[in-house]
Write a protein that binds this ligand. Structure first.
Ligand SMILES: NC(=O)c1ccc[n+]([C@@H]2O[C@H](COP(=O)([O-])OP(=O)(O)OC[C@H]3O[C@@H](n4cnc5c(N)ncnc54)[C@H](OP(=O)(O)O)[C@@H]3O)[C@@H](O)[C@H]2O)c1
Length: 239
């Protein structure tokens, strides 16, 4: 059995990933989010608020029966309060970093430690963003969080080169995807977000990628690690 632990399976990219993976009866998915809306004999819902550090610390990776492959996909993320720093809500800043960075680091730490002696294919896939490479006004916390995910991933990737049963670590940006997160970006205040029109136009011109297309590319990468040896890249560059 292949085991996938995916955060944020109640919507968007995470939901599409879980749905696609569950088409193969040799896959079992643990879906970690506050809402739960998937049902399958091979799906285990885990209700967890990733902004609550006690709940994150309380999560333990289970002992697995006959694992052939074990994968952690840190997909859950928040865009946060779309406002310049100076006008942002402090709790929203703290919650965003807890969900987008701290919980990712803790899940990686627990996954690597818990399955260290498991001699099977192991992968961590962190869903990053182009926003972690370039500043976008109004998204300072989001950009900062995704830049952190990239270097957290690359450093762990480097550390794992020396591990006995190494874990492959990816930090892969999905492109601009038609999800609830994009809807909240379009619902933000134009005064606080200079690129507001750009994102409204992307949707109006049908230029958003579908979550299904993104999920299929991520799954192809997970199934063909021999063809994807770098840690950080974008799905835009994967044909
Ligand atoms: N959409 C894009 O254009 C785009 C571009 C670049 C990167 N990304 C990244 O892609 C990932 C997925 O985003 P998406 O576009 O699919 O967004 P989405 O449709 O809004 O889904 C976000 C998921 O994250 C979960 N989540 C958020 N806060 C959580 C919390 N406190 N505790 C537990 N789960 C939480 C949500 O579950 P609950 O609400 O049920 O908890 C939901 O399942 C994110 O990391 C995002 O930064 C997206």
């Amino acid at each position: 059995m292949n085991y996938y632990f995916i955060t944020g399976t109640s919507s968007g990219i995470g939901q599409a990933l879980a749905t696609e993976l569950l088409k193969n009866e040799n896959n079992h998915v643990f879906g970690i989010s506050r809402r739960q809306n998937l049902m399958d004999v091979n799906f285990t819902p885990v209700v967890l608020n990733l902004a609550n550090i006690e709940e994150v610390n309380g999560f333990h990776f289970p002992k697995l029966e006959n694992p052939e492959k074990v994968v952690l996909i840190n997909n859950a993320g928040q865009i946060g309060d779309i406002k310049p720093i100076g006008d942002s809500d402090n709790k929203a800043i703290a919650d965003l970093f807890t969900v987008n960075v701290t919980s990712v680091a803790i899940f990686m730490n627990k996954f690597i430690s818990n399955y260290a002696s498991l001699p099977v294919a192991k992968t961590i896939l962190n869903v990053s963003s182009g926003a972690g490479k370039n500043p976008i006004e109004g998204w300072a916390t989001y950009c900062g969080s995704k830049a952190a995910v990239d270097l957290l991933s690359l450093t762990t990737f480097t550390e794992q080169q020396r591990a006995l049963n190494p874990v492959m670590v990816y930090s892969i940006a999905p492109g601009v995807v038609d999800t609830e997160m994009q809807a909240s970006i379009r619902a933000s205040n134009e005064k606080d977000f200079s690129k507001h029109k750009h994102f409204v136009d992307l949707k109006a011109n049908n230029e958003l990628t579908s979550p299904l297309e993104v999920a299929d590319k991520y799954i192809m990468i997970l199934n063909q690690p021999e063809n994807f040896k770098a840690c950080i890249f974008s799905l835009r560059d994967v044909k």
